[in-house]
Design a protein around this ligand. Structure first.
Ligand SMILES: *Cc1c(COP(=O)(O)O)cnc(C)c1O
Length: 356
């Protein structure tokens, strides 16, 4: 493949991450997260989020999502998320499995952002009706599954509904850094200051090998009447039960430390977002191409004539789509997308369009 726009997880990992793992692999360290590096991750994330946090590292984004949510919902609860969310479409039945069968309810809304009005209706439905599931958690994805980004006001509109209903809010931040840079705000502003209580802080798609942090904002949960201590304790048991308590946790911690050191996370996401901006600007100048949802971060859905898709694939460009919904493709840039690759893609699309 000449250039892959398939996903941001087709890229490997940053050199400094592997270097940090090599260093962490020397000598002995206590297992299961009882090492100095793991304590350092919690300190670094507390600093990044400007508050007291509990941290649970796991090795997939799916585990971060479903474990976070499972600690906040009873099996008779319902979890409200967008109908296009990763939770509902891309995590098999892990959500049901980890929550012991809670109901995941898809909410509508443009650009894969939940519509607060629809949410409002659902959080008030059949409360304390023993025959119905009980709204327990609200989960939003930032970046969303179509590449849009909730503004701070849009996050607030969701979390205000949650607050009135007394529900905790989870953020699926598989592309947390990309969203943050798109908004140009601080991690605190995009999360607990905007009413989010727990985050799946993704790092794998943005330059590490396999390390994702569940970040629990203690104070935010307490303010909603939850015992953060109880939730954290439960998360500990659930992570072990779910097979994500790595004995060599120090290697996951080393990745996260490296990710948070010298602004690696920022540098990587800045590059990915810049490459998408270049790609999107270029595509706008290609006849026959339609932008479906304007990309704000590093993912774009657009519609191309089918023969153009065939041409680009034959030229060695990788991406998903083309056949699931006629002409719709998904393009994703990463921390490692080469600028020349973006330029070559645009040039190739333009050459094809000119021949028609
Ligand atoms: C990639 C992704 C995840 C995590 O997926 P894993 O493959 O389990 O690491 C979660 N949410 C969203 C929106 C994603 O794009």
């Amino acid at each position: 493949m000449r250039v892959a726009f398939t996903s941001d997880n087709v890229a490997g990992a940053s050199d400094s991450v592997f270097k940090a793992m090599m260093e962490a692999a020397q000598g002995d360290a206590m297992p299961y997260g009882n090492d100095d590096g793991s304590a350092q991750v919690t300190r670094m994330l507390s600093e990044l989020f400007e508050c007291d946090v509990d941290v649970f590292l796991v090795s997939t984004g799916t585990a971060a999502n479903v474990l976070s949510i499972s600690a906040l919902t009873p099996p008779w609860g319902s979890v409200l998320c967008h109908q296009e969310s990763h939770l509902l479409n891309d995590e098999s039945t892990a959500p049901e499995f980890y929550t012991s069968g809670a109901r995941f309810v898809g909410i509508g809304g443009a650009d894969a952002k939940m519509d607060p009005a629809q949410l409002q209706k659902l959080v008030n439905q059949k409360i304390e009706d023993v025959h119905s599931c009980q709204p327990s958690v609200i989960s939003l994805s930032q970046v969303t599954e179509v590449g849009s980004v909730y503004s701070l006001d849009e996050i607030r509109a969701i979390t205000d509904v949650a607050k009135t209903a007394g529900l905790p809010v989870h953020m699926d931040g598989a592309r947390f850094a990309n969203a943050l840079l798109a908004l140009g705000c601080t991690p605190a502003e995009m999360t607990w200051k905007a009413g989010v209580d727990i985050v799946s802080f993704g790092a794998t798609k943005n330059g590490v090998m396999a390390s994702e942090a569940i970040v629990l904002f203690k104070r935010s949960l307490e303010d909603k009447g939850f015992s953060s201590e109880k939730v954290a304790k439960e998360l500990g048991y659930r992570r072990k039960r779910g097979g994500h308590l790595h004995s060599k946790m120090r290697l996951l911690s080393a990745q996260m430390i490296s990710y948070l050191t010298d602004d690696l996370w920022r540098i990587n996401a800045t590059h990915a977002n810049a490459m998408m901006a270049l790609l999107q600007d270029g595509l706008k100048t290609v006849p026959g191409v339609k932008i479906n949802t304007p990309a704000q971060a590093n993912m774009l859905f657009c519609t191309l004539p089918l023969p153009m898709i065939d041409h680009l694939q034959a030229e060695g460009f990788g991406f998903y789509g083309g056949r699931w919904e006629e002409g719709v493709i998904r393009l994703v840039t990463s921390f490692r997308t080469p600028k020349e690759g973006v330029e070559a893609f645009i040039a190739s699309a333009k050459t094809f369009a000119a021949q028609q």
